[in-house]
Ligand binder design. Structure first.
Ligand SMILES: [Zn+2]
Length: 338
């Protein structure tokens, strides 16, 4: 995975150096349609690990999740991709929460941008499973924000829903994994993508990096806008660029792990566009699922504006996504006996 560098006070992270220079090898992308086929590794037929999921989230509440979100919005600096603040914030938070044996943190530089420029970068956390050859499981969210209004291109906006909601969920999961005794059969990844808003750049390069190494994943979940609701108690699954079997499986998890009053529905991406980082994985044949806060036509109207602030968000709604993501990771990574 490359050298180790010290990027912040006392913080050692692996740096993936093979992406830093040169042109990309021209490997054929898988047919996007293959991301819709039944996953090569069969999915479990039913949830099996409820005690482990409860154990993992023993200290998490809607309030603890919202606190993390508010802290990231306040402390994450300018999250436009031209600024490294959000990457630094996440690295410092991961360091503060500790790192149990088997956890590695790597920084992924971005090809195609001016070298030496201090841009935002993707942070990847891997918790090694017992069986490194078995397909792993990944949950991702994006670090960056953008302001759609005319003006300075890197004007800072809070991005509380888009996508501090997803990032806070990953940070909460990371903290939970550090304090839990759970060990897993398979590799488990948390991906904090850079540069989603400018064409899925960070996730595209990370997915390509996995693809070139033939690193297999049995499921990739995207968390992008999880905390605004126009219809409380309804949770949506995106049908574009996602895997139907994995989506069905995740809906079964929702039935098992969420408040039974939560209703499940589906939505396309707005205008069918490649709307978030799951597209980067799907385009390379990885099975993806994208649970989303609302119908595409009713998602947070303040996204990409200075008004995307925490006070417009719903902690109960956001917490449902945390539980769903925890269940997804645990059920697919498979806890091993102590
Ligand atoms: Zn977003």
């Amino acid at each position: 995975m490359g050298a180790t560098a010290v990027l912040a006070a006392g913080l050692a992270v692996g740096v993936v150096s093979s992406m830093a220079a040169g042109s990309a090898p021209t490997l054929p992308s898988l047919d996007p349609a293959s991301c819709r086929e039944p996953p090569a590794t069969p999915l479990p037929s039913a949830p099996r690990f409820a005690p482990a999921v409860d154990d993992l989230l023993a200290r998490s509440t809607p309030d603890s999740l919202m606190r993390r979100l508010v802290e990231f919005v306040g402390g994450g600096g300018n999250r436009h991709y031209r600024h490294p603040d959000a990457t630094r914030y996440v690295l410092a938070e991961l360091e503060r929460m500790g790192r149990r044996p088997g956890v590695e943190v790597t920084l992924h530089p971005l090809r195609g941008f001016v070298r030496g420029e201090d841009l935002q970068r993707t942070v990847l956390v891997r918790l090694a499973g017992r069986n490194a050859a078995a397909p792993g499981v990944l949950v991702g969210a994006h670090l960056d924000t953008i302001d759609d209004a005319p003006g300075p291109p890197d004007a800072p906006v809070p991005g509380a829903d888009d996508d501090a909601s997803g990032v806070a969920t990953l940070l909460e999961l990371y903290g939970a994994l550090q304090t839990s005794d759970l060990r897993f059969e398979r590799d488990l990844y948390l991906a904090f993508y850079a540069m989603e808003e400018i064409g899925l750049e960070g996730s595209g390069q990370l997915a390509q990096w996995f693809f070139e190494r033939r690193l297999l994943l049995r499921g990739v979940m995207q968390l992008d806008m999880t905390a605004f609701t126009a219809a409380p108690g309804r949770l949506f699954f995106v049908t574009d660029w996602t895997n139907p079997a994995l989506t069905r499986f995740t809906q079964v998890l929702a039935g098992e792990y969420l408040d039974p009053r939560v209703e499940l529905a589906t939505t396309g991406c707005r205008h069918g566009e490649p709307c978030s980082d799951h597209v980067s994985w799907c385009a390379r044949g990885y099975p993806t699922v994208f649970p989303f806060e609302a119908h595409a036509g009713e998602s947070n109207p303040r996204a990409h504006t200075p008004g995307d602030e925490p006070r417009h968000l719903d902690p109960t709604h956001a917490y449902a996504f945390l539980r769903l993501a925890a269940a997804f990771l645990v059920e697919l990574a498979e806890p091993r006996a102590p």
